[in-house]
Design a protein around this ligand. Structure first.
Ligand SMILES: Cc1ncc(COP(=O)(O)O)c(C=O)c1O
Length: 379
């Protein structure tokens, strides 16, 4: 008799399901690229740029080889350079701050709101100085930052807002999509993202023709005509194969985001009564696409040991805030500088979340958390 008590692990993300469903279409799209032998900045890239700009409701999209490259070029195009400061959250993936540093500027970090884990818009004003050039909020976990407040602060100071929408493809704030909530936006198509390539990829999206043209030049050695260079640029181009794959996947994005929302609704309903467990709250008037579903817990070691015992995979996004990373030692910001970001780093845990996560697996996650909640109460 097979032992039915042995269960397969619950994956944190399983990209193979999505790929299997689209395999034929993707294979055809890749074959087309080979047939054209146009592997760099080919037709697939310009077609995807058009599709993604239209999806976001923006005029222009420039496809790039990563979200980090998109942020880097966006800041360069906005004129950020040595001696400047850019405002960004302490609680984010390090790429946001790195892009600022690549321009020779300094990330001016702002603490998170403890409930939403997003940048605390109420603390931005105090971080603005005469060196500030850009405000760079992150739509963390797939939920837009408090964009109305942020834009109004920016407008008062004449500063542009650049969205880090690397986790927020399709998310909305007051009905408008990420991509058109600021002056410009940057996306990542890292494979695990809501819209993911089969490798690295990214995009810059804007309604501003000058910014779009500058980023377009910068991604390709400052050149629009072969061997004529208007600017000192980079090689940050998206491959045609990645563009072709993204073009196949884009029409499915809304359906996948809706599936993520359903899973989030289930988690919300089932976790609300569990002592010691608190889901991260979505920013008011924001519609999250739940790139990640994150909870705060009273004792993470208990939850981690129950998850390990019951074979439930999980993540921590992120275990160390940017100001405490050795890479940013030079900022001179020690423990206690951003208490909410630090408290979140110690207490958050990301639950399995991908559109095809089965109902049985969702149930196993909730049962495990219920057990962890009981154990935390007994301590
Ligand atoms: C918030 C945020 N910003 C920027 C990036 C960088 O994107 P990429 O990995 O495509 O360079 C990521 C990717 O994980 C991210 O989550």
């Amino acid at each position: 008799m097979p032992d039915t008590s042995i269960k397969k692990p619950v994956p944190f993300v399983d990209l193979s399901v999505q790929h299997a469903a689209l395999r034929q279409e993707i294979d055809r799209a890749i074959n087309d690229v080979f047939a054209q032998s146009s592997f760099v900045l080919g037709k697939a890239v310009s077609e995807f740029e058009e599709d993604f700009a239209s999806y976001c409701g923006a005029k222009y999209c420039v496809a790039l080889n990563s979200g980090t490259a998109a942020l880097h070029l966006a800041l360069l195009a906005m004129g950020v350079g040595p001696g400047d400061e850019v405002i960004t959250p302490a609680n984010s993936f390090i790429a946001t701050a790195e892009a600022i540093s690549f321009c020779g500027a300094v990330p001016r970090l702002v603490d998170a709101d403890i409930e939403t884990a997003n940048i605390d818009a109420g603390k931005i004003e105090a971080a603005i100085s005469e060196k500030t050039r850009v405000i760079l909020p992150v739509h963390l976990y797939g939920q837009p930052a408090r964009m109305d407040k942020i834009k109004s602060i920016a407008a008062d100071r004449g500063l542009p807002v650049l969205e880090d929408a690397c986790q927020a493809h399709g998310a909305r704030f007051k009905g408008k999509r990420a991509g058109v909530l600021g002056e410009a936006a940057c996306f990542s198509f890292y494979p695990g993202k809501n819209l993911g390539a089969a490798g690295d990829g990214g995009a810059f999206v804007t309604d501003n023709v000058d910014l779009a043209e500058t980023v377009r030049l910068l991604r390709n050695h400052g050149s629009s005509q072969k061997y004529h260079h208007l600017l000192i640029g980079h090689n940050f181009r998206l491959d045609s194969i990645q563009a072709a794959i993204l073009k196949v996947k884009l029409p499915h994005l809304d359906k996948w985001n809706e599936a993520r929302r359903q899973i989030a609704d289930f988690y919300n309903r089932r976790l609300q009564q569990l002592p010691g467990i608190k889901p991260i709250r979505v920013v008011d008037e924001a519609e999250s696409v739940f790139h990640l579903y994150v909870i705060r817990v009273d004792d993470r070691s208990v939850v981690e040991s129950v998850f390990k015992e019951l074979q439930i995979s999980y993540g921590i996004h992120y275990p160390i805030p940017i100001h405490l990373q050795p890479a940013y030692r030079e900022l001179g910001l020690g423990e206690g500088s951003f208490p909410n970001s630090e408290a979140l780093a110690k207490s958050i845990i990301s639950l399995p979340m991908y559109p095809e996560l089965s109902h049985a697996d969702q149930e196993r996650v909730v049962v495990a958390l219920s057990k962890a909640s009981d154990l935390m109460r007994e301590r």
